[in-house]
Design a protein around this ligand. Structure first.
Ligand SMILES: Nc1nc2c(ncn2[C@@H]2O[C@H](COP(=O)(O)OP(=O)(O)OP(=O)(O)O)[C@@H](O)[C@H]2O)c(=O)[nH]1
Ligand SMILES: [Mg+2]
Ligand SMILES: [Zn+2]
Length: 352
């Protein structure tokens, strides 16, 4: 297998000269499990760890290699183990805001061509959460595709309704409904997978992400577990892992997410709400908040039923969160820099 089959394209080739050192190879991170890594190269998978120097230099957890990243490595022990020295810039990414006081980002996966936003038609179906995933994908320049699973558990009428709701939410997105039990819709999903491209499965625990992968592989290669009576998953998948399918596409399985503290840029945010972004071009004021200004095209659309009220509310809520986190993130970075300068001068005074 060549690196180009794993997605190493001219975009990454341009960066080789910045990173590469004599005797080092190039590989892709295929799994991350706390501090240990698996990398994939032309010949297969090799366990790897971070170079000590690398660990000192990282400023934020988001700088650490994540699944899907391209890295430069040094092999040892007859090429059966490797040390990671550098990470290539990320062409696209999926990330979320980490929980806790510190505003920072956790990388979910890098260099992804398509994000499958998986929801079950049964208990998990939630258009608001879908919006959030759409924003997350747009933020990292990843094409989102919505997958509704477990269609076998609802009636055809219910499915039609859910599809209609999904289509109105995910305006620019492809949507596939399928059942892993009956097989309905599965071929439509399979046909979307392009050899050499990388896809990431996102969604709550128990929606059937790993089941989809097993079905593609044609055997129960990875663990899945039954959900509770109320549809709650049991967090069966515990690490992010890149799987290369026989037909040549790559899929990243992820553990179900409990919460989605995402958002970072206004950019991704607007792209998740193209309908509202389009409407707001006709607002009287360029900086219209779409809440109380006169001449607001968004509220006009809301009034005459062109825009759905739930979607409008969800937009305002996400907009506020997005602005809030963006602000506190920038504040924190500023403070960090000020603190860094303070420590430096304190150390200098101690020496003097
Ligand atoms: N009825 C029905 N059950 C399904 C379908 N797809 C998956 N399941 C079942 O749902 C349960 C959870 O599936 P998993 O594939 O483990 O879910 P997951 O999304 O990987 O969950 P985590 O790894 O915890 O994030 C399993 O018992 C599957 O057999 C489907 O289309 N219909
Ligand atoms: Mg799983
Ligand atoms: Zn407006």
């Amino acid at each position: 297998m060549k690196l180009s089959n794993l997605g190493f394209d001219p975009w990454f080739e341009k960066h080789i000269s910045d990173l590469h050192q004599v005797g080092h190879g190039i590989a892709r991170i295929s799994a991350v499990d706390r501090g240990s890594y698996l990398i994939r190269n032309e010949n297969g998978e090799v366990p790897a760890e971070l170079a000590g120097k690398f660990s000192y230099q990282v400023e934020s957890p988001a700088d650490l290699p994540c699944v899907g990243d391209w890295v430069t490595v040094q092999y040892y022990n007859d090429d059966t183990a490797a040390i990671i020295h550098g990470v290539f810039p990320r062409k696209t990414f999926l990330r979320r805001r980490t929980a806790g006081e510190n505003i920072d980002f956790q990388m979910i996966a890098a260099n992804i061509d398509g994000a499958f936003i998986v929801q079950s038609c049964h208990f998990d179906f939630n258009p608001r959460r879908m919006d959030r995933y759409l924003v997350m994908a747009a933020d990292g320049k990843v094409e989102p595709i919505v997958i509704l699973t477990k269609t076998d558990l609802i009636s055809p009428d219910e499915l039609d309704l859910k599809l209609a709701i999904t289509n109105s939410t995910a305006i620019t997105t492809r949507v596939v409904a399928l059942s892993n039990v009956s097989g309905d819709g599965f071929d439509a999903f399979k046909e979307m997978l392009v050899p050499g491209k990388t896809y990431c499965l996102l969604g709550s625990s128990g929606v059937g992400k790993t089941t989809l992968i097993n079905r593609l592989i044609g055997q129960a290669a990875f663990n899945t577990k039954a959900v509770s009576g109320t549809g709650e998953g049991t967090h069966t998948t515990t690490r992010r892992q890149l799987i290369v399918l026989g037909q040549g596409a790559m899929l990243i399985d992820t553990p179900g997410m409990r919460e989605l503290g995402l958002l970072g840029t206004g950019d991704g945010f607007n792209q998740g709400f193209e309908d509202i972004a389009l409407l707001s071009k006709s607002c009287r004021y360029a900086n219209c908040s779409h809440e109380h200004e006169s001449g607001c095209a968004v509220r006009a659309a809301l009034k005459d039923g062109e825009l759905n009220k739930d979607r409008y509310d969800s937009y305002l809520k996400l907009k506020k969160e997005s602005e809030y986190y963006e602000m506190s993130y920038l504040d924190k970075r500023k403070k960090d820099r000020a603190f860094g300068r303070f420590m430096k001068s304190a150390k200098k005074q101690m020496r003097d």
